[in-house]
Design a binder for this molecule. Structure first.
Ligand SMILES: *[C@@H]1O[C@H](CO)[C@@H](O)[C@H](O)[C@H]1NC(C)=O
Length: 300
């Protein structure tokens, strides 16, 4: 297994990369392969998990600028930050589910050329850095959101905060196209770089493995692709993307756009009610196979 993994990884990577990047990455992978063969027994490489679309939590805070369509939606338990999308959201009653659908919405700002929250709604992604913070949101499927993988990594000796990390993101935003503004991803890519540098430092300078599942695979790929080559060479041991697009290929995003998406599991909110929310997400109109180019350092 140890001997075939690098081969598997390079095959996977080469399939995912545009031709212009393949030769360079093949060289990089060859050097990584040699290192892996030399360095067996030298300790674990830190691993950063980037989970699928429905996995990261989202917290919100309402300000006086919030003008809810339904008056009840401005009343939330206590003041300050509250869990908007969490592993408890499935418990919402019909009324609160309507508020969820409203407060999750994004609006496109043509002046900014970027998406943002509704006026008066502030959001943040908690548990950045933690792999355990992005657990399954569906009580009957605790293994979702890389739960099974985290357990397996634990058996291999990986420990949260030492060698095992997570980089949850705001699932409503999509990684930007070349030249496109993305306030969310500008910050996220910087945070991710710091996370990886710190993880590497804690582990005797060993570069990190970046592993993304599903939409997280696309996020991982865009992160690595946007990283300056020298930085990448120094800090990224492997990029692993597992099922890095929707299982439905082109068709599922289209049907979700037409009839809503069941990924955000809230029994009290019918799929059609979720449609109005989903359609405002940048991720809803993101196309996995659009042409891209490597941007180098300009987003850092
Ligand atoms: C829900 O998420 C929190 C925060 O990550 C975690 O502490 C808790 O164990 C989770 N609960 C379940 C049932 O997964």
């Amino acid at each position: 297994m140890g001997a075939t993994l690098p081969g598997l990884l390079s095959a996977l990577l080469l399939l995912l990369l545009p031709a212009s990047l393949r030769v360079r990455d093949q060289l990089l992978l060859a050097s990584h392969r040699r290192e892996a063969e030399d360095g067996i027994g030298g300790g674990l490489h830190p691993i950063v998990l980037i989970p699928g679309l429905s996995c990261p939590d989202l917290e919100a805070r309402l300000t006086d600028a919030y003008r809810p369509l339904k008056p009840g939606c401005s009343r939330v338990e206590g003041e300050g930050w509250f869990g908007l999308w969490t592993n408890r959201t499935w418990e919402l009653d019909v009324e609160r589910a309507e508020c969820f659908v409203e407060q999750m919405r994004l609006v496109y700002d043509p002046v900014l050329g970027d998406f943002r929250n509704l006026p008066g709604v502030e959001t943040r992604v908690p548990y950045f850095g933690s792999a355990a913070g992005s657990g399954s949101k569906i009580p009957t499927h605790p293994e979702f959101c890389m739960g099974a993988l985290r357990s397996a990594l634990g058996r291999l000796g990986y420990r949260e905060g030492e060698t095992l990390f997570g980089a949850p993101y705001d699932p409503r935003y999509a990684p930007p196209m070349p030249g496109q503004t993305s306030q969310f991803y500008s910050r996220y890519f910087r945070q991710m770089a710091r996370l990886i540098e710190d993880a590497s430092e804690r582990n005797n300078g060993r570069p990190a493995i970046v592993l993304g599942h599903s939409f997280g695979g696309a996020v991982a790929l865009e992160f690595v692709r946007n990283a300056p080559l020298q930085w990448r060479d120094r800090f990224v041991k492997h990029l692993i993307t597992v099922a890095p697009t929707w299982s439905g290929g082109y068709v599922r995003p289209l049907t979700a756009f037409v009839s809503g998406l069941d990924l955000f599991f809230i029994p009290a909110a019918p799929q059609l009610a979720m449609r109005s929310m989903w359609r405002t997400f940048e991720t809803a109109v993101w196309r996995p196979y659009r042409p891209r180019r490597c941007l180098g350092a300009d987003r850092w």
